[in-house]
Design a protein around this ligand. Structure first.
Ligand SMILES: NC(=O)c1ccc[n+]([C@@H]2O[C@H](COP(=O)([O-])OP(=O)(O)OC[C@H]3O[C@@H](n4cnc5c(N)ncnc54)[C@H](OP(=O)(O)O)[C@@H]3O)[C@@H](O)[C@H]2O)c1
Length: 239
């Protein structure tokens, strides 16, 4: 087991949902956390909450779908922490609609944010991790990327691409002592699934909660550095 205390992590989309739960779980382990998102006020509120755990906390406002913004945001975080041990490539969007009905601009935006966003952030961080000689990158895909379904073409295509990207990156980075993990969670109770997509009521007795996802991430990060969890899925037992 690796001690996480004193490490530094960047969590994209860390202002709410799965990203915020992960930031809290890592802060509880003594990890210094940098969170990102587009809404500065929401980020500042999350920063206050995270500071209660006694770790260093910072944030950067950037749209992951914009490479220039990503580079500037990662540079700002790097100038604060001077070290980046962990990247949770989590920011993402989802919308459902048939191929016929969904406007092209919306289809393209889902690909831009979910696929190019994950790529831009990883590309900005890899040189720092390589220079350090170690690191962990966890890319958040989805079960929707393992199997298509009616109305999910844009989201499924984006998450399939994240899986392909992440697995390829894993083979490139393992020889640098950088572990890359692909996560394919099923439905978890967040704004995305409860208010945007309306695919779950989020009943905590039955439906996965963000804390369950965060626990999986901290467990993966704690594995001995010789062990790489290449991919993992998490499902509700009996939703
Ligand atoms: N919840 C699930 O059931 C589930 C299952 C499988 C996979 N996932 C994946 O897990 C990730 C997190 O999902 P979630 O359920 O926590 O979603 P969420 O509740 O909607 O939160 C999304 C987070 O990402 C940020 N974000 C969205 N678009 C962004 C952009 N263009 N640039 C920068 N930040 C952006 C949001 O902040 P701002 O709005 O302030 O930018 C927010 O912090 C996503 O990649 C999602 O596809 C979720």
């Amino acid at each position: 087991m690796i001690e996480l205390k004193g490490k530094t992590a960047i969590i994209t989309g860390g202002s709410r949902g799965l990203g915020k739960a992960t930031a809290i779980a890592l802060a509880k382990e003594g990890v210094h956390v940098a969170i990102s998102g587009r809404d500065e006020q929401r980020l500042q509120e999350a920063v206050k909450e995270l500071e209660a755990y006694g770790v260093k906390v910072t944030y950067a406002v950037f749209d992951v779908g914009n490479q220039a913004e990503v580079q500037a945001g990662i540079e700002k975080i790097k100038n604060t922490f001077h070290q980046i041990d962990i990247l949770i490539n989590n920011a993402g969007i989802a919308a459902f609609g048939t191929v016929e009905e969904m406007p092209t601009a919306q289809w393209e935006r889902i690909i831009q944010v979910n696929v190019l966003g994950a790529y831009y952030v990883a590309k900005a961080i890899i040189p720092f991790m390589k220079a350090q000689g170690s690191g962990d990158i966890i890319n958040i895909a989805s079960t929707a990327g393992l199997k298509g379904s009616a109305n999910s073409s844009a989201y499924s295509a984006s998450k399939s691409a994240v899986i392909g990207f992440s697995e390829s990156l894993m083979y490139e980075m393992r020889k640098e002592n950088i572990r890359v993990t692909t996560l394919t969670p099923s439905t978890i109770a967040t704004d995305m699934t409860m208010s945007d997509l309306k695919i779950t009521d989020g009943n905590p007795e039955k439906v996965l909660q963000p804390e369950d996802f965060a626990e999986l991430i901290t467990d993966i990060l704690k594995f001995n550095k010789r062990a790489l969890i290449a991919n993992a899925s998490i499902f509700s037992t009996n939703p």
